[in-house]
Write a protein that binds this ligand. Structure first.
Ligand code: PNS
Length: 169
């Protein structure tokens, strides 16, 4: 029987409309999609992992078949332990390709985990969580680039004097 489950991994710090587009498209192709947030002990983000998970749950709730989880360690181990056979990732531009291909090939070599790439909606091809944070940190408008629930939380983090918040990333 075909296992129609996939995982969409990432840092999601925070989830953007580009992520959401990939999650929504995966959710139409698979019975169950897991958005898996990487826990990276060596790198603190703007949002703590529980808050990233909360935002992801909020913005994917209406899709109906997206669950949100976190993982530490290798993605292949996370998928193997749960019997999830496929990773779905968005490709924004050629610049994403080299590294994504390398990871996909390594993951396949390690456990046979497959990776399917989705061509990102061109509306979001320039979009990344890092740029969103940088623009928001300096008071720039990131409306339309992140879900409204994320926008509200980002605004809550921004110093009204527009000084940089103490985010080490
Ligand atoms: O949103 P990001 O930071 O681009 O996502 C990168 C992520 C989490 C997908 C990638 O770093 C990953 O899978 N990390 C888990 C550790 C791992 O499996 N490393 C080996 C990859 S071949």
């Amino acid at each position: 029987m075909t296992d129609r489950r996939c995982v969409c991994p990432g840092s999601f710090d925070p989830v953007t409309n580009g992520h959401l587009d990939v999650l929504a498209r995966a959710s139409r192709l698979y019975d169950e999609v897991t958005a898996a947030v990487l826990v990276n002990p060596g790198k603190s983000g703007l949002f703590e992992v529980p808050e990233r998970i909360e935002m992801l749950r909020e913005v994917t709730a209406e899709l109906g078949n997206v669950r949100v989880d976190s993982f530490e360690g290798l993605l292949v181990d996370y998928c193997r332990e749960r019997g999830i056979p496929v990773v779905v990732k968005g490709l924004r531009a050629v610049s994403d390709f080299d590294y994504e291909l390398q990871m996909a090939q390594m993951n396949h070599r390690l456990t046979g985990l497959e990776t399917f790439f989705v061509a990102t909606n061109p509306e979001y091809s320039f979009l990344s969580s890092s740029l969103v944070k940088e623009v928001a940190r300096w008071g720039g408008d990131v409306g339309g680039l992140v879900p409204d629930a994320v926008l509200a939380r980002l605004r809550g983090r921004i110093d009204p004097t527009r000084r940089q918040t103490p985010d080490p990333t």
